[in-house]
Design a protein around this ligand. Structure first.
Ligand code: ZN
Ligand code: ZN
Length: 429
């Protein structure tokens, strides 16, 4: 702080002054004490958009802190409903919330804590129900997850679109927080071990259909460690949003038994499968209700040859019984098909799944809406042709995917929907 030569010492409290001039402390301003922090920019937080993945013990605490600091737009996704066992670790839930969507309850209570922010709940699965456009539009993602599969997915999505993400894991009274900043830092997958991959595959039985979750969410945790690690996540988020240095690609580890806290750098692996980064997508006036053929028609002048839509979420097309020939159409992403479903209802033999990870122009599936082949709203999809690939943002889904606030700043954000609309064609609405 520069010294004012005309100032008499003791004239004013130091906290009331900053480099950019005197600061009036307004007790009617909800954020007046936060504004006193030397680097704090409330306007930056008000204009920020954050995706919180998971509304369990960590997610509750993260949301509480985001509300307190006035983080402008918060999206929260969770698949589960509130159960009595959540009440010991979830400050936003009440006993009569049982059976209601965690994301919806948490969003409502977060809005009550701070009515000045927008909180948008998504009751769904982060793998199958959140388009890549959402990951591209948020400033950062805070992972409040309890399984490797979802963390790995979030990691890959964030890398594709260059969005930083902050992961946390807790057990009993120990915890770890990791900050990842694409494209250069080590990522979540860089630090995965053989054992992690084995545990990841345990969730799937042969032939790769999801088994009923064995232990997800059943890890013993105290509410105290959830508060501590969530607070650390939000504190790192504040630093990222303010452009302050963070320990990207490092793990902050806390052991509550002996109160050891240390930071360790994660190794970056050059052959890591997560390091794919997409080019800036072309925003077109399409939605996931448009058909695959609509999409092909819209990109025809941008890529040559026979077109093929890549499916990031491998699709189970059908199940067939090899013994009696029973055949059922499934059309759901692999992660949404339980192993228990893959049993022939006639002869009780295991049924064989047919997978696909692409839709060609000649396929009967080209007449289907994109949602039917597992593409969520506001996704960024890749169409391959003989001359290369084109990446398309399904821009018509934007308001649905990220809320009414989406419309006010669509034109202002680089890469967001709007820029390419004049040339767009083939709306599927
Ligand atoms: Zn990596
Ligand atoms: Zn059969």
């Amino acid at each position: 702080m520069p010294l004012d030569p005309d100032r008499t010492p003791g004239d004013k409290p130091d906290v009331g002054e900053r480099d950019d001039g005197p600061l009036v402390i307004d007790d009617l301003d909800r954020y007046s004490r936060l504004r006193l922090i030397s680097w704090w920019r409330q306007e930056r937080l008000q204009s920020a958009r954050v995706l919180v993945v998971g509304a369990g013990a960590l997610g509750n605490e993260v949301l509480k802190n985001l509300a307190l600091v006035g983080l402008g737009t918060v999206l929260v996704i969770d698949l589960d409903v509130v159960e009595p066992s959540n009440l010991s670790r979830s400050v936003l839930f009440r006993s009569d919330d049982g059976g209601r969507s965690k994301a919806e309850v948490a969003a409502r209570r977060t809005s009550e804590l701070n009515p000045e922010i927008a909180v948008l709940p998504i009751h769904g699965d982060v793998i199958t129900d959140v388009g890549l456009g959402v990951f591209a539009d948020v400033d950062l993602v805070i992972g409040c997850l309890d399984n490797r599969e979802a963390r790995l997915w979030v990691n890959r999505q964030c890398w594709k679109v260059g969005t930083p993400w902050i992961d946390a894991g807790i057990q009993e009274i120990q915890g770890v927080v990791k900050v990842f900043v694409p494209p250069d830092s080590a990522c979540y997958e860089c630090a995965m071990t053989e054992r992690d991959y084995q545990l990841l595959n345990l969730r799937y039985s042969c032939p790769l259909l999801r088994r009923e979750d064995i232990a997800a969410g059943k890890v013993p945790t105290a509410p105290t460690i959830a508060s501590m690690m969530a607070a650390l996540q939000v504190q790192e988020a504040l630093k990222v949003l303010h452009g302050l240095p963070v320990a990207a690609g490092s793990a902050m580890v806390y052991n509550g038994v002996g109160n050891q806290f240390y930071t360790t750098k994660l190794p970056r692996r050059d052959d890591c499968l997560s390091h794919e980064t997409y080019p800036e997508p072309t925003a077109l006036a399409l939605s996931n209700r448009s058909t695959v053929a609509d999409l092909f028609a819209a990109v025809r002048d941008r890529v040559d040859g026979r077109l093929e839509l890549a499916l990031d979420r491998e699709l189970v097309v059908s199940l067939e019984c090899p013994s009696c020939g029973w055949l059922a159409e499934i059309m759901r992403p692999r992660v949404k098909v339980r192993a228990a479903e893959a049993v022939c209802p006639i002869c009780r033999e295991p049924a064989r799944p047919e997978f696909t990870s692409a839709v060609a122009e000649s396929s009967p599936m080209a007449d289907m809406p994109l949602g039917r082949v597992g593409i969520p709203p506001y996704d960024i999809v890749r169409v391959d042709g003989s001359s290369g690939s084109v990446f398309v943002l399904l821009a018509d889904d934007r308001a649905e995917a990220i809320g009414p606030a989406a419309n006010s700043d669509a034109a202002a954000r680089p890469g967001a929907a709007g820029g390419d609309r004049d040339r767009a064609e083939g709306s599927g609405r």
